[in-house]
Design a protein around this ligand. Sequence first.
Ligand code: ARG
Ligand code: ZN
Length: 875
Amino acid sequence: QATYLKDYLPPAYRVTHTELKFDLAPSATTVTARLHVERHPEREAGLPLRFAGDKLSLVRIAVDGQELQADEYEVDDEGLTIASVPERFLLDTEVSIDPAANTALEGLYVSSGMFCTQCEPEGFRRITFYPDRPDVMATFSTTVIGDKTEAPVLLSNGNPVESGELPNGRHFVTWEDPHPKPSYLFALVAGKLEKVEDRFTTMSGRDVTLQIWVEPENLDKTDHAMASLKRAMQWDEETYGREYDLDRFMIVAVNDFNMGAMENKGLNIFNSVAVLTHPQTATDAAFQRVEGIVAHEYFHNWSGNRVTCRDWFQLSLKEGFTVFRDQTFSADTNSAPVKRIEDVSFFRTAQFAEDAGPTAHPVRPDHYIEISNFYTLTIYEKGAEIVRMLRHLLGWETFRQGSDLYFARFDGQAVTIEDFVDCMAEVSGLDLSQFMRWYSQAGTPEIDAHGEYDYAKCEYHLRLSQRTPPTPGQAEKLPLHIPVRMGLVGTKSGRDLSLTLNGEALGHETVLHLRDSEQTYVFTDIDEAPTPSLLRGFSAPVYLRYPYSREELSFLLTHDADDFNRWDAGQRLTMLALDDLIAAHRNGVEKVMDSRVIDAYRRLLTTETDDKAVLAEMLTLPSEAYIAEQQPMVDVDAIHAARVFVKQSLATALRDEFLAIHEAHRSDAPYAPEPEQIARRRVKNVALEYLMSIEDDEGVSLAEAQVDAEDNMTDVRAALTMLVHSSRSDIAEPALKAFGEKWAHDPLVMNQWFTIQVTRPQADVLERVKYLMAHPLFSLKNPNKVRALIGAFAAQNRINFHRLDGEGYRLLADVVIELNSLNPEIAARIITPLTRWQRFDEQRQALMKAELERIRAEELSPNVFEMVEQALAEA
Ligand code: ARG
Ligand code: ZN
């Protein structure tokens, strides 16, 4: 039941205009469709018509007004077939659907009493019979009929053109969307919603109404999303020349949503956690996430909607480009180096793990069983890294010309990744054929670098070799075209040296184009011994090995001109110390802290710096998940113990420095989610975390005071987490209880309350997880709650999830089995930690595989089936 890229064919029939009428009722909604259908000009005449349809009960069907007889059509589990149709005709259908029973949250469903939709990638087929594929683009006219009290607000894509009263307390609104779109961009929302409204004038003077629709109690949580939207609209005009194209732009917040948000034309639907913020209920990180997601969905209006994907294999065409756009927007709006550090440390933790595991796939996969499983870090973030490499290979100006050409040439079309890259090749004159391998080869390329300085000749020889390890279904890999941004830092001067390569002067920094499996670069006129600073800004999504000594890393940590690489040098230095400690723990040898790490931290803590945001990143230890990705075999207990040891050693050695930094970064300014303040709070809370790691009395009282005194969630959550994660239940439990009582009415805050508890390191946490699953505020039907409780436990509480009695695995498997029938998409996501069994010791491998086998024995959705099959393929 797999679908293959090589089998692509245009559809036999396409729809040019779609008229829909929804008569809404929670358990029996009637959908009436009139489709203007014609044969696709590239397909032969006389083919049968096949439209997708899932869980629809067909009431009526007619072709050009003639009711079809039972023998003229056939409906099966996956759709509708009509053996013979005219070249061009009207198809009328009426179906009945049950939104209240739709726990998969695909198609039309009910969330907290309101109707809403999620159609990407294949949800529209749960609404009506349709060629539910992105290369069929039609204009839509949608009439929504609902109860006046239950659903006073009736929304769909485009502009409202008509509305009125109907008998029996009902009313209707008709919406028209003039822009042809694929069915996955269709949206409908109906319910008791209220709005916040604003305006934006586009660069050509079009006046756009901006609306954010929420449940009444959330009206005070929309300011930040609205401000972010306006910034994003302006940024896209200034940076990409992209202007909005309808009279209104709407955002709706819904409580039950599988993903973050959805870019439906003119009517973006958001998971409430991705749009609602208030200083008292959302952390700085949440504010920044909201800004990024609002921008992401808005940017899709061009990169995704005006120009869309030919088929779902091209998903990264819109997602990779749009993630790159939102990352750049956030970098421009906040601290650019910190944004890069955050994105890369996440990437190297989570995407590297995906690329190294059994579900590794290329950025453009060549087959899938369930496309919903492919909304992955590889498609999104690695796709964005590829676009970023193009931007660096071409330079911004030329990249922008390529982007302009792409939008102009393909506006209104459904296209492929080649179409995008061809535009970049055309404007730059570059041959990007080797570069295209980035889209077809899975796995993280590894670069080995070696440098040698020749004093006599004043030459520096840099040898780079590349290799991509095998991944499932791809044993052999070809060399990639890899941009390596680099500089040589003079060991005496501490400055970037002038680079001359093959007689050409390149300035202080250059981008090497590594294309062969091995290449050597000879830099001439290098008159002092240098330390190489390689892959600056993470110029390619690769794993870079260079045999740096700890002295060299300490040197780069102070002198590298590139902020990102300065941070990276610190991470590498700490990793070397962690490696020793992990080995010591495994061998039962006493742990000794590397004094060079302490010295490096002391310098960081005592040197004045303007960039507090970068400082906070530099002070942050790599996470357990990140450390695990750097180890050949994951020893969860040793990693945990080593990391705790580093933290406590630093806190003990630098107690006064941490106290001073904490004090220096307090502030009484009223809360604002702006970069300077965010950086201050980060530094302050990182310092407090060190102090709390040794349960320093002063640290404890500072944390307790912070929970009580602060009225912003960033400070409160940070301090509460430290108290709850401490070994002192006398301070943990009262704080937890008080917080839970204060916020019982706010589901998004209570989700944070769940997460704080299930990420505790204490050994009894698994019982706590089970207890909280029975909490009245928990529900497996709400994806945010599943993520906050189960997802956080499995992904963030590594020592307890990987308990040697296998109870952590068993709990996750039980949840997967239950979710498999309720919400297959979420079930297939939450299972991920179990699929990574290859990385662990034999005992854990056996336990994890046993749980996967237990899941496999169930009647499975395609989503979970595909994940389990991949995970057990090599077993
Ligand atoms: N296109 C949406 C976003 O990036 C994600 C929708 C994913 N939907 C899904 N069912 N997996 O912004
Ligand atoms: Zn997206």
